[in-house]
Write a protein that binds this ligand. Structure first.
Ligand SMILES: [Zn+2]
Length: 369
């Protein structure tokens, strides 16, 4: 493993490239972000909003997918309060919500004064898909994004909303390649990605789930989306995106971080706190790729000028081996496995190219430095 000289991302992160100076593509994206004419981008967003406002008669102007997290609160705030669009928030309800997740979602509806539609995919279906994904690909959240994208697109068509407003483009915000990211702010590529993955997914659920249980897992056809003139955008393309600033705004509308402080392995208490199954999914990423939450969180602080690399190295080294114990029992119960079964499954996914076990304790061969 090799670590970026500016942030602390390792070269095991899919999609990240390192240049001759040992700097990762995520850091180069951050440099590019500073050269963007943000006023011009904001004007473009205003144009889009002016175009859709009232276009759907007495119906909704836009749909904002929400999770109950700080970013979704910021998205709803921008659309409903700043750009004055009639906003419908849509949530695909997490399987195991936390108390904070429920309270923050309630605060969003109440304090930002918007309607909320909750879509709860049939638990038994999702449970079967998750269990197979945990055991066979070490990726229990495999179907989650798929449900969110598909369900939101279906809601947009159903309610005739001309605009769907996503948050950040993960390709640019979290260290993907700039070239592969949207250059127009359009999130239409979500559809292509989804359709592209359709074949894999069909194979994955074959003989596992009957077709009539998969409505919310299938994205509407591109032609249907186009016929309904649904436009999808990333807000992060038009406005400087910074999770911490979003958090500051969300707090004014009643958002609160995790009351008991950061979860094991985390260095902040205000991100990914709305549900309980994601932590172990992320821990499995640590076993496969050698980094997880603390690295992601620290890099984000470095990129936004709130942490030095040396501070990040110290914090991550201290935190990254903490197993996310908090929701282990609920994770096991949800997937109908014992703790022992979980630990034997997780070992299947440990990448022995990057891990070793000196003195009986698993450690990365190449420690962060
Ligand atoms: Zn970097």
């Amino acid at each position: 493993m090799k670590y970026c000289k500016c942030c602390i991302l390792p070269d095991t992160k899919p999609g990240v490239r390192f240049d001759a100076e040992g700097v990762c593509s995520a850091c180069r994206s951050v440099e590019l972000k500073h050269t963007i004419d943000w006023n011009a981008r904001a004007s473009k967003l205003k144009e889009i909003c002016d175009e859709v406002r009232g276009k759907n008669g007495s119906g909704y102007d836009c749909i904002v997918p929400v999770s109950g997290g700080k970013d979704s609160m910021f998205q709803v705030y921008m659309m409903s309060q700043v750009y004055k669009l009639k906003t419908l928030a849509v949530i695909v309800v997490p399987h195991l919500q936390t108390v904070e997740g429920i309270e923050n979602l309630n605060a969003l509806v109440e304090n930002l004064g918007v309607d909320l539609i909750k879509i709860s995919p049939r638990p038994s279906t999702l449970q079967k898909i998750r269990k197979k994904a945990l055991i066979s690909i070490g990726n229990p959240n495999y179907a989650e994004h798929r449900v969110v994208f598909a369900a939101v697109a279906r809601a947009a068509i159903f309610y005739g909303a001309p605009l769907v407003v996503w948050g950040e483009d993960i390709g640019t915000e979290f260290g993907g390649t700039v070239a592969g990211s949207s250059l127009t702010g359009s999130a239409e590529d979500l559809i292509n990605n989804d359709l592209f993955r359709e074949a894999d997914f069909d194979d994955f659920v074959k003989n596992l789930i009957p077709e009539n249980e998969l409505f919310f897992y299938h994205h509407p056809e591109k032609a249907e989306v186009e016929k309904n003139r649904v436009k999808s955008i990333y807000l992060g393309f038009f406005l400087w995106w910074d999770g911490y600033k979003n958090y500051e705004i969300a707090k004014k509308y009643g958002f609160s971080g995790r009351k008991a402080g950061p979860l094991s392995g985390n260095i902040i208490n205000y991100d990914n706190i709305d549900e309980k199954l994601c932590e172990i999914h992320n821990w499995l990423k640590f076993l496969k790729l050698g980094f997880w939450r603390p690295t992601d969180e620290a890099c984000y602080q470095i990129w936004n000028g709130r942490m030095t690399r040396a501070e990040a190295v110290g914090l991550v080294k201290e935190k990254q081996y903490e197993f996310p114990i908090e929701y282990l029992d609920e994770f096991c119960e949800y997937h109908d496995i014992s703790r022992d079964q979980y630990f034997s499954i997780q070992e299947k996914w440990r990448n022995l190219d990057i891990w070793h076990k000196p003195n009986g304790i698993w450690r990365l061969k190449e420690e962060l430095n």
